[in-house]
Each structure stands twice: as structure tokens, then as C-alpha cells.
Design a protein around this ligand. Structure first.
Ligand code: ASP
Length: 608
């Protein structure tokens, strides 16, 4: 046996016992000949002490001392000794083993460590090495308590979700990694076939088609902790492979799926936090989300709602507004209420004149012409431009915005979508600056009432708002302008981030074909790409629907991490490289020729 206890296990019960521990030397120090070691493993840290005075046999003492002094940081050792209380005054109350120490009687080196690229012992965030260095040596980074805790927390979340689904009769089914393309709106990762040269598999962007096939197969309730692959342009908080909790159910409508998800998340909440999650979750329509929160992933934990005040301010002689309104633009307004600003003090609250000037600069950097403001005083709305606004206009503004003394009104003008999106960004910025979510509980929201299609901004071609398998709201796409057709889809939003997306599906192959046609696909292409799928729907596909929750993002939000990379054991960096094992990497020519891909490698060489 290499150890009798872990490094996080010893308590007063073990006082006086002979124990053996194994772990990594996180710290060591020599206090006048007495050697102290912080011996760590994933369960905790225990102090081990070598005290020469406590050893009677000189030869044993000297050889043990020599050996202990030769151990470097992060060497992995095992020590045997007796548990005793630490010297009074030297206890560490933050450490559960901090009352005790092990008096070393024997030790052995299990493996030594090379000199370290960075300090593994926990440090404040600012002292962390660069992320790329952490990722190159992820195996060391994972020894840090923070990372170990993140992975453990993630495990607990996933385990609780699995239990909750199991209780509800869901069956976990694995679906293929090598598949035909699953159009989820991103590019596919392609895998060449050696046996059939010139043909390719794709890695799944999600198990979408397979889970629908499982419903056709009568599975009724399916789930999977599924890895998904999307060859997107590297964006700061995306990963080319990520994990979804994917589920699908038969004989359900949109509300049924939402109720199950609420139940599953509530069970998880109870198991993780020991308290109830408020359900049903509030539902916000896509229209309200865009118009009141300036985003399709609203954070409703604070106000700062947007109001379209175009009809009120059109009568002002304010040139900037007039110019924008003349081009068909809109003006949106937000009331930063005095009590929201009080936290940080100052006569005008936290958003004084200087802060307003900074917000104006910020709005310009967002591509807006600027930002107009008015402050509510005992004498009504005041600002350097209020003279251009007739009294009826300011009075109507006050009423619309519910302005009270001390409140600050902020206006953004531009095309409708630009003004709303900038308003959404401004909400987020103010919430951060004024710390409006501090101390607030997490908040789930359903986003519902999304359209089935949207138009590509350049070509004007219809494209799916979510993906092409969403069932139209009325079960049919005919007889209406397609852009006005609603979809039976729903997104799950947590604290202002989308963490899930799902829908009721087209189970009628004819409706599904019409959707494909509206997306600009010829019947030939439909049959070529989706013939197998339409065929399957034709064999009595039950009405069905489902959802996928992004497990990386869910865990990151619950832990308050800035990026999903903090909750993934081996993530790619921002350029989608794996620095630890060095990929993507070149492949030997022999391998490429086996796959008949050599010409591609040759082309690349020519281009160099
Ligand atoms: N497959 C979809 C996605 O990955 C989720 C769903 O509709 O269930 O976004």
C-alpha cells in the first residue's frame, strides 16, 4: 500500500496514529534544520515535518535528511510517520487538515519532477501564467486546486443531470461520431475514408438527425452527453469541440419539453446547491427580448429596459435625431434609475458627468454616432441639449420612462437593429459597471416565439433561424409569407447567455421537404442530402421534440468562470490549437497517400 490516507483526509481522530501519505511536494521549507513539506494531492494538502531532534539513530536521520533535502517541488513522494498536533499558533484554519501534521519517520521518492514552467501552488489570478503556457502544461495546471475543483464541480453537475434524466425514464444512447453532415449552420470537420477513397465522413455538429431517427425508432425518451464538432472561425469563447446534454422526446409539444428541462435542472439544483430552483422559468418572446433588452439572450435580473421613443422624440428639433429618423432610423431610451447608481456614491450617483462622457466615447467605439443623455431634476429633464426638446416632448419622455429625480435617461439612435443591439450592449456594460448582478441568484429564462427563418443579410436568401428541422408554429409553411412564419423553437438563457436551444420537429416528411425548398434547395439536392431522413419520417415518425444544453457554458456560468476553457480538461486555445500535444499537425506523406490526399499536401507545398 502506498498510502493509508489521502492528503485531505487526516483529522483529530487520527492523532497519534502511524499513517502513510503519498502526494506531490507543493512547497518545502527549512526552518533551522526542521524541514516542512506541503504534501498535496487532489483531495487536499497535509503538512509533513522532518524534525532531526525527534530521530534517535544518527545514521537513519542523516540518510533520511539527505534524501528529503534532495526532493524538488512537484516531486511525488510517499512518507510514513505519526500524526500529531501542530505547534500552537502555527495551525492553518483555512485548511481542513490544518490542525495536524505528520512527523516523518520514513520517506521514499516515487518519481521526481523536472524544473517547473510555472508555480503549481495556488496563486491569485493576476499571478497565473499566460493561458497558452497553462494549456501547454495542462497536466500541471490541472494539479491547481482551482482547476481540480472546476472539473469536480462539472462532474457533479453532469452526474446530477444524468440521475434526473434516469429518474424520468430517459435512455442514454450513443450516436455515431463518423456520420453524414448534420447541418447546424457551421462548417463540418471532414474525415477521409481510406477504404472508399474520395469519400468522407463528417464529425457531428450535433446528434440532431440521429436523435430524431431514435424517435422514429420508437425510443421515446433519449439523452446523451454528446460531443459536438463545429469548424467555426475561432472566436474568443468558442471551442471547435464542445459538449451538449442532448435530449429528445416523442409525443410532446414545446411546453412538455420545457417542463421536463425545468424538472431536470431543478433536481440538479437541489443536488448541487441544496435548495429549490424557481420554476417555471419566465418566458420572454423574441420580439420582447430584442425590443426591451436588445438581445436574444436577455439577462432579466436587472431593469434598464429599452423603450422605443421614436414617436415621442420625432417632434424635437434635435438635429442628430432628425437626421437619423429621416433615414428611417429609431431612437431607443433607457432609464438608469437613481437607486441603481447610488451604490458607488458621488453627487450625481455612479454615473456622473465624467462617466457619461466615457459612455459617449464607448458608444462611438460601438459604431454608434454617439449617445444622448438627460438627467431628471426637481425642475424636470436637464442636459446640454434639452433646449431642443419642447416641453410636451420632455413631459412625454418623463412619463414613458417613469423618470424620477436623480434618474439618468440615455438615448441611442440608428437603424432599428443597430440602436437595439447597442442598447443591449449598453445594458450589459452598465450592469457590469454598476455591479447590478452582484449577490443576485442565477436566472433561467425561456426565449420563445422565434421566427422559423431569417434572411441572409447579403443574398437575401432565407436561412433557418435555428436549424432546418424546426416545426413551423402552425405545423405548415404554406399560405403565409415565409419570413413571417413562427417556429416551435425555444432557447434556454442563463444570466444573459444562451445555454440551450431546442424545438418541436417537423415529423411530416412533406412539411420538412417544403421547409428545405424554402431554404433554396432543389428537390435533387434534398433527395441527395436528406433522402434517407425524409424516407425515415415517412415510416410513421411520431410527433417529437427536444433540446440540447451546452454543458461547458452551463458549468462555466455556475462557477463564475470567464471562459469555458476553465471547465474543459483539455481545451484548444483561442486559435483552436492544442498546445499540449501540438495539433493540428502535419501528417506523414504515407498516410496521406493511403487516403489519396497526397495531392492536397503537394498543393500546399507548392503554395509555400
Ligand atoms: N441540435 C440542436 C443544436 O445543437 C439542438 C436541438 O435542436 O435539439 O443546437
Amino acid at each position: 500500500m502506498m498510502r493509508t490516507h489521502t492528503c485531505g483526509e487526516l483529522r483529530a481522530d487520527q492523532l497519534g496514529q502511524e499513517v502513510q501519505l503519498a502526494g506531490w511536494i507543493r512547497f518545502s521549507r527549512d526552518h533551522g534544520g526542521v524541514l516542512f513539506f506541503d504534501l498535496a494531492d487532489t483531495y487536499g494538502t497535509t503538512q509533513a515535518v522532518f524534525d532531526p531532534e525527534a530521530m534517535s539513530r544518527k545514521d537513519v536521520r542523516e540518510s533520511l535528511e539527505r534524501m528529503l533535502k534532495s526532493f524538488g517541488r512537484e516531486s511525488v513522494i510517499s512518507v510514513a510517520g505519526v500524526v500529531r498536533n501542530r505547534v500552537p499558533g502555527t495551525e492553518d484554519p483555512r485548511n481542513p487538515t490544518g490542525q495536524l501534521e505528520v512527523l516523518i519517520e520514513d520517506a521514499c521518492l516515487l518519481n521526481s519532477s523536472r524544473s517547473l514552467p510555472f508555480e503549481v501552488a495556488d496563486q491569485k489570478g493576476s499571478l497565473l501564467p499566460s493561458e497558452d503556457l497553462r494549456l501547454k502544461y495542462r497536466f500541471l495546471d490541472l494539479r491547481r486546486t482551482q482547476m481540480a475543483n472546476n472539473l469536480r464541480f462539472r462532474h457533479r453537475v453532469v452526474a446530477a443531470l444524468r440521475r434526473a434524466l434516469d429518474d424520468r425514464d430517459f435512455v442514454e444512447v450513443e450516436t455515431p461520431m463518423l456520420c453524414r453532415q448534420t447541418p447546424e449552420g457551421a462548417r463540418d470537420f471532414i474525415v477521409p475514408s481510406r477504404i472508399a477513397p474520395g469519400t468522407f465522413y463528417a464529425l457531428p455538429q450535433s446528434p440532431q438527425l440521429y436523435k430524431q431517427m431514435l424517435m422514429v425508432g420508437g425510443m421515446d425518451r433519449y439523452y446523451q452527453v454528446a460531443r459536438c464538432f463545429r469548424d467555426e472561425d475561432s472566436r474568443s469563447d468558442r471551442q471547435p469541440e464542445f459538449t451538449q446534454l442532448d435530449l429528445e422526446m416523442s409525443f410532446v409539444d414545446d411546453r412538455d419539453v420545457q417542463t421536463v428541462v425545468e424538472g431536470v435542472l431543478s433536481s440538479m439544483w437541489r443536488s448541487i446547491y441544496g435548495r429549490e430552483l424557481k420554476a417555471p422559468f419566465p418566458r420572454v418572446t423574441f420580439h420582447e427580448a430584442m425590443h426591451s433588452y436588445g438581445t436574444d439572450a436577455p439577462d432579466i435580473r436587472y431593469g434598464l429596459r429599452l423603450h422605443d421613443v421614436t414617436d415621442i422624440v420625432k417632434n424635437a428639433r434635435y438635429e442628430i435625431f432628425q437626421r437619423i429618423l429621416g433615414k428611417g432610423g429609431r431612437v431607443v431610451c433607457m432609464n438608469v434609475q437613481a437607486d441603481l447608481m447610488n451604490g458607488a456614491g458621488g453627487e450625481e450617483g455612479a454615473v456622473g458627468r465624467n462617466e457619461v462622457d466615457r459612455l459617449i466615447e464607448w458608444a462611438k467605439a460601438q459604431g454608434m454616432g454617439g449617445l444622448t443623455w438627460m438627467r431628471m431634476t426637481a425642475d424636470g429633464l436637464q442636459s446640454n441639449i434639452v433646449k431642443y426638446f419642447p416641453t410636451e416632448v420632455t413631459a412625454a419622455l418623463q412619463t414613458e420612462m417613469g423618470a424620477r429625480e436623480g434618474d439618468l435617461l440615455l438615448f441611442l439612435a440608428g437603424s432599428e437593429i443597430a440602436a437595439l443591439k447597442a442598447g443591449g450592449e449598453l445594458r450589459r456594460k452598465l450592469a457590469r459597471d454598476l455591479r447590478l448582478t452582484e449577490g443576485k441568484d442565477h436566472q433561467f429564462v425561456w426565449l420563445v416565439g422565434c421566427p422559423l427563418f431569417q434572411k441572409d443579410s447579403e443574398s437575401g436568401q432565407l436561412e433557418p433561424f435555428h436549424h432546418p428541422f424546426v416545426c413551423p408554429e402552425k405545423g405548415e409553411v404554406e399560405g403565409e409569407d415565409p419570413i413571417c412564419v413562427g417556429g416551435l423553437s425555444y432557447d434556454l438563457v442563463l444570466d444573459g447567455s444562451e445555454i440551450g436551444s431546442g424545438s418541436v420537429r417537423c415529423h411530416d416528411p412533406e412539411v420538412q421537404r417544403k421547409v428545405f425548398r424554402l431554404l433554396g434547395m432543389s428537390d435533387e439536392k434534398i433527395d441527395n442530402d436528406f433522402g434517407f431522413f425524409l424516407d425515415a419520417l415517412g415510416y410513421g415518425a411520431p410527433p417529437h421534440g427536444g433540446i440540447a444544453l451546452g454543458l461547458d457554458r452551463l458549468t462555466a456560468i455556475l462557477l463564475g468562470c470567464d471562459t469555458i476553457r476553465e471547465v474543459i480538461a483539455f481545451p484548444k486555445n483561442k486559435k483552436f490549437q492544442s498546445l499540449m500535444d501540438g495539433c493540428p499537425a502535419k501528417v506523414e506523406e504515407g498516410k496521406l497517400s493511403e487516403l489519396q490526399l497526397l495531392c492536397l499536401a503537394g498543393d500546399e507545398e507548392d503554395g509555400d
